[in-house]
Design a protein around this ligand. Structure first.
Ligand code: IPM
Ligand code: MG
Length: 362
């Protein structure tokens, strides 16, 4: 079968890691008899340099017309790049927000689990890790403070900035349904995270999530305040199965969750909407410091490509093959520098070597 895939290499290490994912996808195509037709579009800083905006309408239309979108990363050094001191809608990150909104990708799925082989990289104590943890963060992605009205004004000589945080019940309901659906296929436990002791948006969140939960009697629902959740993630990560939360809390908690796995370079993510079209990207950023050095870890992007095959193209067997190849490479002792340790028998490899090694094992 033929599939149209939009590629967004983006900025920083983006182009290097996307190239390795394409290498692996091409091997999958060859082995399983598919044809992947790749179309590259510009987004982020590279698009600003070439077109003046972080994502053109034409590029968005290309993505919309494809079967799935695979993204590397966008943006430069925050606070210290030529793309920072410009209007908010002209920053690299605005391209990402525009594509999320434009493709109506309201559900961001970020798995965080501990790889047996990488236990040594986990910053938590052994008694906390136990036999490992495996959770999924379901982050609402097209609402809340990210998309509210924002402006900075001067009132009586004093600068004042405003960011509005708004949710309607339909936005909450559709992400809650996705979270419960995923929980049904996993550990049947949803922890919904909010700040209902302070925020109205959180009170509405709690109410609607409870209503949705009534349709899933097999799934247990627990509400947790976001500050407590931040603490629980490092104190008892094994209690989590599905974490359901709003846009901003999900942004913060997903970084925390990925860090306790010890290997942010390993974690993939999917952004989905009501149709099959999805956007797949590593959970990490563009890492401008190490761009172009061929030392980045391409595994998160390669695993994102596996999620793409599974969720957008319904190619489960092929997705399994990629995930198995990644596991095998780790078992065989190959590590990029970010996941390298002193353990005996490990071999440090570059970004492109890691891509080769995984492709060979498909
Ligand atoms: C993420 C990133 C983005 C976000 C930035 C780059 C706008 O941090 O995907 O988590 O905040 O959503
Ligand atoms: Mg983030």
């Amino acid at each position: 079968m033929g599939y149209n895939i939009t590629l967004i290499p983006g900025d920083g290490i983006g182009p290097e890691i996307v190239a390795e994912a394409v290498k692996v996808l091409e091997k999958v195509a060859k082995k399983y008899g598919h044809e992947f037709d790749f179309t590259k579009i510009l987004m982020g800083g590279c698009s600003i340099d070439a077109t003046g905006v972080p994502l053109t309408d034409e590029a968005l239309a290309t993505a919309k017309a494809s079967d799935a979108v695979l993204l590397g990363a966008v943006g430069g050094k925050v606070g210290n790049s030529k793309w920072y001191d410009v209007a908010p809608n002209l920053r690299p990150e605005a391209g990402l927000l525009k594509i999320r909104k434009g493709l109506e990708l309201f559900a961001n799925i970020r798995p965080a689990y501990l790889y047996e082989e990488l236990k040594g990289a986990c910053p938590l104590k052994d008694e906390i890790i136990g036999d490992g943890f495996d959770m999924v963060i379901m982050r609402e992605l097209t609402g809340g403070i990210y998309f509210g009205e924002r402006h900075t004004e001067e009132v009586n000589g004093v600068l004042k900035a405003t960011d509005m945080d708004t949710y309607d019940e339909n936005e909450i309901r559709r992400i809650a349904v996705k979270a419960f659906e995923i929980a049904m296929k996993r550990g049947k436990k949803v922890i919904s995270v909010d700040k209902a002791n302070v925020l109205d948006t959180s009170r509405l969140w709690r109410k609607v999530v409870k209503e949705v939960a009534a349709d899933y009697p097999e799934v247990t629902l627990e509400d947790m305040l976001v500050d407590n959740c931040a603490m629980q993630l490092v104190m008892n990560p094994r209690q989590f199965d599905v974490i359901l939360t709003e846009n901003m809390f999900g942004d913060i908690l997903s970084d925390e969750a990925s860090m306790i796995t010890g290997s942010i370079g390993m974690l993939s993510s999917a952004s989905l909407g009501a149709t099959k079209l999805g956007l797949y990207e590593p959970s990490h950023g563009s890492a401008p410091d190490i761009a172009g050095k061929d030392i980045a870890n391409p595994i998160a992007t390669i695993l994102s490509a596996a999620m793409m095959l599974r969720y957008s193209l319904d190619l489960d067997q092929e997705a399994d093959a990629i995930e198995a190849a990644v596991k095998q490479v780790l078992k065989d002792g190959y590590r990029t520098v970010d996941i390298m340790s002193e353990d005996a028998g490990l071999k440090q490899v570059s970004c492109h070597e890691m891509g080769d090694l995984i492709a060979e094992r498909i």
